[in-house]
Design a protein. Structure first.
Length: 95
């Protein structure tokens, strides 16, 4: 099977290009929300993991595992949220 055929098959399996596009748009909105709230949230929840869904903070905890469990408990799929660690002292990385 060629790469082009594999790509078409994968797109079909994921529900089609329109479904993929809507998912990417929704993810982009969640990321933008997290970015717009990051300073405020870091002050409110320093050095915590925070999950944002479509329009609000939906979980806060000391570990990613805990936040993911909270999402599951609330019936929110992890793929429908953005989870970040709000570090008060971000680490420098040399790439």
């Amino acid at each position: 099977m060629t790469t082009k055929n594999q790509s078409r098959r994968l797109v079909r399996q994921l529900g089609g290009s329109a479904v993929i596009h809507r998912g990417l748009q929704a993810y982009s909105r969640r990321v933008s929300l997290m970015e717009s709230l990051s300073v405020k949230l870091t002050k409110q929840h320093p050095n915590k993991w925070v999950a944002v869904s479509d329009s609000e903070v939906v979980a806060v905890g000391s570990s990613m595992h805990y936040v993911l469990r909270l999402l599951a408990k609330k019936g929110i799929p992890a793929k429908e949220s953005v989870v970040v660690f709000l570090a008060t002292k971000p680490r420098s990385m040399i790439l």
